[in-house]
Design a binder for this molecule. Structure first.
Ligand SMILES: [Fe+2]
Ligand SMILES: [Fe+2]
Length: 259
C-alpha cells in the first residue's frame, strides 16, 4: 500500500492568516495520516507569481515537512495561460524549479506510476508547450500497462472534454480534446487536480477526475453545475493498493457558507 496526501491551492503568504491557518491544519493532517508522499498541485503562493518572499516562505514550509513531497505549478505560481493570462515567463518557471524542483515528474510506486505535468503551458503555442506534450506522451508510453495517476493544476475540463466553455476554470479549450485523447489512449486511471478550490469527483471514459479543494479560506467561488452553498477546505488522502485506487476527503473544520 502506498499513501499520498494530495494538497492544492495553499495560497501561502507569511502575513496571510487564512492561508497560514489552513497550512497549520495541513501539516497536522500529514502528521496524523503519515503518508509516503505529499503532492502539491499548485497555487502554492497567494496571488503574485513574482513575489520572491512568498515563494521563499512556501519553499521553507514545504521543506519543513518530514516526508517526501513533489509539486507542480499553478497560475498563481508562474502566471496564467489563455484565455486570461499573458505569456508564462521563462524566469518564473525557472524560479519555480529552483524553489520546488522540476515542474513535471514521474514516479513509480508499487503497481502505479504517478505523473505530474505543468498544465499551465497548454494552449500557449510555445516550444515549451510542445516539449510538455512530447514528454507527457513518452512518459505515458513508458508506463506500459501500469495504471497511471496524473496530477495537474487546472482540471482537464469541467464536465466534458468537448465543452466549448472559454473560461479559465479548466485548461484552455484548444487543449482539452487533445489532452483527453492522450489520457484515454493510455493507462491513465486517475486525473487529480486543483485550481477551483472545491472538492469534486467525476467519471468519464473509465477515468476518475478528482478535484482537491484549497487548504485555505478562499471558498467563495462555485463551479457550475454545482450550486451548493457548502464549501469545505481540506486535503485528499489517496491510497494505492495493488491496482486499486481509493481516496477520501479530509475536511478542515466544518462546512462554511459561501457569500
Ligand atoms: Fe487557487
Ligand atoms: Fe489556480
Amino acid at each position: 500500500m502506498f499513501k499520498v496526501i494530495h494538497i492544492s491551492d495553499t495560497h501561502l503568504r507569511e502575513t496571510d492568516p487564512g492561508s497560514r491557518s489552513g497550512w497549520h491544519e495541513t501539516t497536522q493532517a500529514i502528521r496524523t495520516t503519515r503518508p509516503n508522499l505529499v503532492i502539491h498541485t499548485g497555487d502554492i503562493v497567494l496571488d503574485e507569481p513574482e513575489n520572491a518572499r512568498d515563494h521563499a516562505f512556501a519553499r521553507d514550509e514545504l521543506s519543513g515537512l518530514d516526508v517526501e513531497w513533489l509539486a507542480i505549478p499553478g497560475n498563481h505560481d508562474i502566471g496564467d495561460g489563455p484565455p486570461r493570462g499573458g505569456p508564462i515567463c521563462e524566469d518564473l518557471l525557472q524560479r519555480f524549479e529552483s524553489n520546488y524542483g522540476a515542474a513535471h515528474w514521474a514516479k513509480d510506486i508499487g503497481d502505479w506510476r504517478l505523473v505530474g505535468i505543468n498544465s499551465m503551458l497548454f494552449g500557449l503555442g510555445s516550444a515549451r508547450e510542445a516539449e510538455e506534450w512530447a514528454w507527457l506522451g513518452s512518459t505515458l508510453r513508458q508506463a506500459g500497462r501500469r495504471p497511471v495517476a496524473l496530477f495537474m493544476h487546472k482540471p482537464p475540463f469541467v464536465m466534458a472534454p468537448d465543452e466549448a466553455e472559454q473560461g479559465s476554470a479548466a485548461i484552455p479549450v484548444e487543449a482539452r480534446a487533445r489532452f483527453w485523447d492522450v489520457v484515454t489512449g493510455s493507462s491513465v486511471r486517475v486525473v487529480a487536480c486543483g485550481h477551483r478550490h472545491e472538492y469534486r469527483v467525476l467519471h468519464r471514459d473509465g477515468v476518475s477526475v478528482v478535484w482537491a479543494p484549497t487548504t485555505g479560506d478562499q471558498l467563495d467561488e462555485r463551479t457550475a453545475p454545482v450550486d451548493s452553498p457548502v464549501a469545505l477546505s481540506g486535503v485528499l488522502e489517496m491510497i494505492f493498493y495493488g491496482e486499486t485506487f481509493m481516496h477520501r476527503l479530509i475536511p478542515f473544520g466544518v462546512g462554511r457558507q459561501s457569500a
